[in-house]
Design a protein around this ligand. Structure first.
Ligand code: F6P
Length: 297
């Protein structure tokens, strides 16, 4: 019997999601599977925003940023009655759901799979915060965006002998801050995993142990405006703060994300062909892997 597969993107969009959708549709068409795009994440399952896709729907999206299927956060999915309605909505229409997203999206997929909808999850988030995979789709592009922003900030900060605090995304994960600071030799990096006390930041600056004037910090740790004022007051060095915001999340995916998306799409369809469902896809030591969805609890 021909398989009916649904795909949705959920949570924050990530560069490479479109490459992934494009390849999933291509591979489904090749294998004579029906592939349905679900619009606006889990909300689209609830609201029946579902459309049959084919290669001709979106030929030019494979290298664009964002997500063609759109995304949303849908906390209502925690509600059992909402999930029951979703299961009812898709009965006989979709027999396997591919969920592309981060931590919250994985939890949503797990809940639906526990109610009888087989799911495959694929990591798509700039945060790189999913435990079972070394990398997530979108992370490398965001890292590249941040690196370029830091390079620009170094030019202007050094020219004025100023310090600049740059806040990057990551939610509860410091990967983006840490790796971008390595790429740009920024000695002060403050992450959820390694918070630095304000007095120690100031000491480092006073000891002249920073070489390029930039401090990198993950979001939701300190109020960067207040921190800049404090540093300025204590060190007498003019200090600015910049929140990079959603700029880091946009743009065409770089080749690493495109290739990762392609490899993960290929693996997802391989699992579906073998009827190996309720799995999460990941990459470990440059090998595409899968592990049980119910191991994420
Ligand atoms: O999860 C991805 C992410 O970009 C986080 O880094 C950030 O905290 C969050 O999404 C921002 O969400 P929104 O776009 O809904 O403001």
């Amino acid at each position: 019997m021909t398989k009916k597969i649904g795909i949705l993107t959920s949570g924050g969009d990530a560069p490479g999601m479109n490459t992934l959708i494009f390849n999933i549709v291509k591979l489904c068409t090749k294998n004579n599977f029906y592939i349905y795009g679900i619009y606006n994440g889990f909300y689209g399952l609830y609201n029946k925003k579902i459309k049959l896709l084919n290669n001709k729907n979106f030929l030019n999206i494979w290298n664009s940023g964002g997500t063609f299927l759109k995304s949303s956060r849908f906390p209502e999915l925690k509600n059992y009655q909402i999930r029951k309605k979703i299961i009812k909505n898709i009965k006989n229409k979709i027999d396997i759901l591919i969920v592309v997203g981060g931590e919250g999206s994985y939890q949503g997929a797990l809940k639906l799979s526990n109610m009888g909808l087989p799911c495959i999850t694929i990591p798509g988030t700039i945060d790189n915060d999913i435990l079972g995979t070394d990398y997530t789709i979108g992370y490398f592009t965001a890292l590249e965006n941040i690196t370029k922003a830091i390079d620009n900030l170094i030019d202007t900060s050094v020219s004025h002998n100023r310090i600049c605090i740059l806040e990057v995304m990551g939610r509860k994960c410091g990967n983006l801050a840490l790796t971008s600071s390595l790429a740009c030799t920024c000695e002060i990096v403050i992450t959820p995993e390694k918070k630095i006390k304000k007095k120690h930041i100031i000491k480092k600056i006073q000891n002249k142990s920073i070489s390029n004037n930039i401090i990198i910090i993950t979001e939701n740790i300190y109020n960067i405006k207040k921190l800049a004022k404090k540093i300025e007051k204590e060190t007498k060095i003019e200090t600015k703060s910049v929140c990079l915001g959603h700029i880091q999340r946009g743009g065409k995916p770089i080749c690493l994300d495109r290739i990762l998306a392609y490899r993960m799409a290929f693996h997802a369809i391989k699992l579906i062909k073998k009827n190996k469902l309720n799995q999460c896809i990941g990459i470990k030591n440059n090998k595409i892997i899968h592990y049980k969805l119910n191991s994420i609890k």
